[in-house]
Structure formats: C-alpha cells, structure tokens
Design a protein around this ligand. Structure first.
Ligand code: ACO
Length: 482
C-alpha cells in the first residue's frame, strides 16, 4: 500500500508517539460466490404465495456455495484479493481478527489458516484470533482493531478485519434469509471512513433467539419472531444510549457550540446514511420506522409540540409493549418512508442481491453505500451503524466519510477499489431452485465428514477463488486456488 506504515502517527516534541488521528477503514473488498438463486424461483419451488420472499421479506437473490467452499476458503479469497487490489504488503499488518459464526473447528481459529497468506513475507507477528457471537463477530473484530490502533500496543502497522459467513438454514421459513459473503477491511489512521470516538453504545442480554448448539450441523436453531423482536429491542436500547452519549460528548465539546448559545442536539436527521445489519431488507425498513418513533419521542421530551399528529395517540407508549402493534408499525412505515428511501435504501443493494451474510452483512451495507453515489457527494457524509448478533450482542456507532477526494486520497482509492462489484454481480450465474436445494443437501450430508473429498463443481469459481480440495482422516483441510 503506497504511503503506508507511520500514516497519521504524530510525533510530539520528545519524539514519542501520540494518539493516531482519523482511525477507520482504509480499504475494503467483498467476496461472494458466483452462483445464486432468484427469490421468485424459490417462492415457486417452495409453493409459498407469490411475493412472500420478494415483497414480504424484501429479498431479490440469494448467493450460495457448494461443498468446495468453507469459512476459511472465503476468508482466504477476500483477504488475498484485498492485498492484491490495494497493493498491501503482508508485512504491514500487525493485527488481524476474523468475525464469523461459521465454525468448522472448536479450537483452531480461522485466523490461523489465513496465516498461510503471510508465509512468504515472513511476518508471523500478528495479534488477534477470531470473534464469535452470531452476526456480531465482525463488529467485535472491528472494535478490537480500532482499539489496537488507538492503544499503547500499536506499533504503526495496519489492522485487518475479516467478517465472513456461510448463512444456511434448514428448509422452512428461514431458508430464504440465507446467503454467503466475506468482507475484508484494512484499518488504520488517516482513513476514508473515520469512526467517532467515545460514542459507541452496546446492549447485551441472554436470549435464545438464534443459536447453534449442534456442532455437527451448519444450521441454527432459530425462533424467527423472537429474533425479530430481540433485534428491535436491541435497537431501542442502543439508539437511546447512543444519542445520550453523543449529545453528552457534543455538549462537552466547546468547538461544537458557540459561546453563550444553547447547545444544538444531535438527532437522527444529522446522519446522511443509516446502516443496519440486514438479515432481510424488510426488517431493515421496519427498523428505520422504529428509529422514527425513537427520534420523535426524544424530540417530544424537548418540545412537546413537535410530535407528529399521527403519533399523538402513542405519546405515552411503553416501548417494550409496542413490538407487535401492527397499527403503529403501519403509521411509522409511512412517516419514515423518505428517511428510508434517502438514507438507508442505498445501502441495501448487496443485501438484496446476496442475502444475509451474518457478520459481513453490515459491512456489505457500507460498501453498497459507497457505491451509491459519486465521490464528491460521499465526501463528509455522516453514517450511523447498527450491528446485531443473536444471543444477543448489539452496538450502535458512527462514522464520517473523509472530505479528501483528491486522486491519491484514501477515499478515492477505496471508491476505486470497490468499483468492480456491480460488474461482478452481473457476471454471476442464476441456478434453478431445485439445484440450490440439492447443493444444500450435499452440504448438509457432508458437513464435518472426515476423511472427505469434496465433489462440487469448481469450474464456476472465479479466478483467484480459494477452494477446499481435501479433508484428511485427521480433519486437516487442504485448499487450492482457481
Ligand atoms: N406478498 C407479500 N408479503 C407477504 C406475502 C406475499 N405473498 N406472504 C407473506 N408476506 C409477508 C407477511 O405478511 C410478513 O410480513 P410482516 O413481517 O410485515 O408481517 C412477511 O411476509 C413474512 O412472512 P411471515 O409468514 O410472517 O413469516 P415467515 O414465517 O415467512 O418467517 C422470518 C419470516 C421469521 C423472518 C423467517 O424467515 C426467519 O426465521 N428468518 C431467520 C431469522 C432472522 O433473520 N431474524 C432476524 C434477526 S436475527 C439474524 O440476523 C439471523
């Protein structure tokens, strides 16, 4: 990567290092398989009413892979491509974490498999392993990467975060909300997407909405309606805590307010992009509606007359009793329509095309957002992000897109780096729903077998894709590259 290591690491008068500035994402890429199934075909094949998956869930296509790909192979592919695309030297990485819930080994982390990509460089001094908590592991890894860069342990090198999953469900209502993908992110100072400090909010609780107790199966145990409710509950908690924190930080920041004037409060409208973990796009639309309610109630606390007349009868609503109120949901979906269309819908392109990628989902939304407009319009945009992982762990945090759009800027390199994605989506192959089912049956039967030689077709893999060639009697996994 040109202009690498000591970027943003300021020296004070005595020559010792001070806090690095503008820490965030410098480079990104996404890997998704070349095969997908149309949700309309799946509706027909599964004999459900037309529109159930496409309108009811808001999904268009779902990516899937055969037994040639596993969590290590998709992470190898995306990391190798990131290195090549952005000319990153493996020597410049000092920290790497993988967020995933696609576990093939209870002890050996996926990160150790990725160390093969560093062999030639001789760099074995890389902190970090992997993080698992349903769809939250990518965010946990990103937070750790940012924290490493901002800590006394930082040695000036970059951090790398990979979030990837193979999201497959047993046949039934959850199956159309699957998908496959991995996102790689290079983290460091002087970034293109810069994270705000001191304002992350987190909500964690012990629930059984979605979990994977059976290690011989790739499928989760899932209580769909409970998982939707937990998602919205976590959103309520993270939202109010985030805005409490951000307003406290804002009020305490003298530069943000003119002397003698009342501090302006930070509200939902201050964000140009509102991005979510996207299990399926309809839930995201409902989450924006929910945020509209939370925002309105906060504003009402400051100014009782500000509540929209349509919400008058809900002004004393108890949040915890409102998750299944269909009338309220309908009103909120209408009131929040413009916010959803302008600030969230542009981030859902990959989620509609690929489906849920669990840990990678939120970060695929960030890529979609970066693809949604010209660089001049992206500059200085403010983004709010909500990450949810069942079980449960959730966080809300925020970022700002850099204002430097010059040719060699981090933003310009990042925007260029992701620009091939629409074409890659176009080049994929649509596969019949029956073949999709067969492929999932193959994965189901062969998952965790040893010894095992995968049988899936490798001819559809794009150049540079890593794939599984063998699982030995002792469960050693061997890979090759297409
Ligand atoms: N045309 C239009 N809409 C339709 C049609 C149709 N023909 N048929 C049904 N719908 C609508 C329903 O009205 C419903 O809308 P609503 O959500 O506004 O009520 C929606 O489609 C879904 O249909 P349901 O019958 O309510 O639900 P279903 O039994 O299909 O299950 C669910 C949906 C729960 C999301 C399931 O797919 C699931 O369990 N997915 C995995 C869990 C999940 O993703 N949870 C989210 C957070 S946790 C995580 O990230 C994994």
């Amino acid at each position: 990567m040109p202009g690498s290591q000591q970027n943003g690491c300021q020296q004070n008068g005595g020559g010792s290092r001070v806090w690095p500035e503008n820490v965030g994402i410098i480079a990104m890429d996404i890997y998704f398989p070349t095969t997908y199934v149309e949700q309309t075909n799946l509706e027909e094949f599964n004999g459900v009413s037309k529109g159930k998956y496409t309108v009811g869930l808001g999904q268009k296509r779902m990516a899937f892979c055969n037994d040639r790909e596993d969590i290590a192979s998709i992470c190898l592919t995306v990391t190798d491509r990131l290195f090549k695309k952005y000319q990153i030297s493996p020597k410049d990485i000092g920290f790497m974490m993988i967020g995933t819930e696609t576990i093939v080994d209870k002890s050996k982390s996926v990160k150790t498999v990725l160390m093969d990509l560093f062999k030639d460089s001789g760099n074995t001094d890389i902190e970090g392993v992997h993080a698992t908590n349903a769809c939250y592991g990518g965010t946990a890894s990103l937070f750790h990467a940012i924290d490493w860069i901002e800590s006394s342990s930082w040695d000036g090198r970059y951090a790398l975060v990979i979030a990837g999953d193979i999201a497959v469900y047993a046949s039934g209502p959850a199956r159309p909300t699957g998908g496959v993908g991995a996102v790689a992110m290079l983290v460091g100072p002087n970034a293109a997407v810069i994270f705000d400090r001191r304002v992350r909010s987190t909500y964690m609780a012990n629930v059984y909405d979605f979990y994977k107790p059976d290690l011989t199966s790739e499928y989760p145990y899932v209580d769909g309606p409970l998982s939707n409710q937990c998602y919205l509950q976590a959103l309520d908690q993270c939202y109010n805590l985030y805005f409490d924190k951000v307003n406290r930080a804002h009020v305490n920041c003298p530069a943000a307010n003119e002397p003698g004037k009342k501090a302006r409060s930070v509200q939902l409208e201050n964000f140009d992009g509102i991005l979510f973990h996207a299990p399926y796009c309809k839930l995201v639309q409902k989450s924006v509606a929910r945020m509209y309610l939370l925002n309105s109630l906060r504003k009402k606390a400051q100014d009782p007359d500000s509540l929209p007349s349509q919400l008058e009868k809900y002004k004393n609503i108890k949040l915890e009793e409102s998750y299944n109120d269909r009338d309220l949901e309908k009103v909120l979906l209408t009131l929040s329509g413009d916010i959803f269309n302008q600030r969230t819908d542009p981030s859902l392109m990959l989620a509609r095309e690929i489906g849920n990628m669990y840990t990678a989902s939120l970060y695929s939304c960030l890529i979609s957002y970066l693809l949604s407009d010209k660089i001049e319009n992206l500059a200085n945009k403010r983004i709010l992000l909500f990450s949810y992982g069942s079980g449960l762990a959730a966080s809300m945090f925020s970022a700002r897109i850099s204002g430097d759009t010059s040719d060699n800027s981090a933003l310009s390199r990042l925007v260029k780096g992701v620009s091939d994605i629409p074409q890659r989506l176009e080049q994929r192959t649509s596969v019949a729903a029956a073949q999709f089912e067969e492929t999932l049956n193959l994965r189901e039967k062969t998952h965790s077998l040893a010894p095992y030689t995968p049988t899936g077709d490798v001819s559809q893999l794009s150049a540079g894709t890593y794939y599984l060639t063998d699982v030995s009697q002792k469960h050693h996994r061997a890979y090759s590259k297409a």
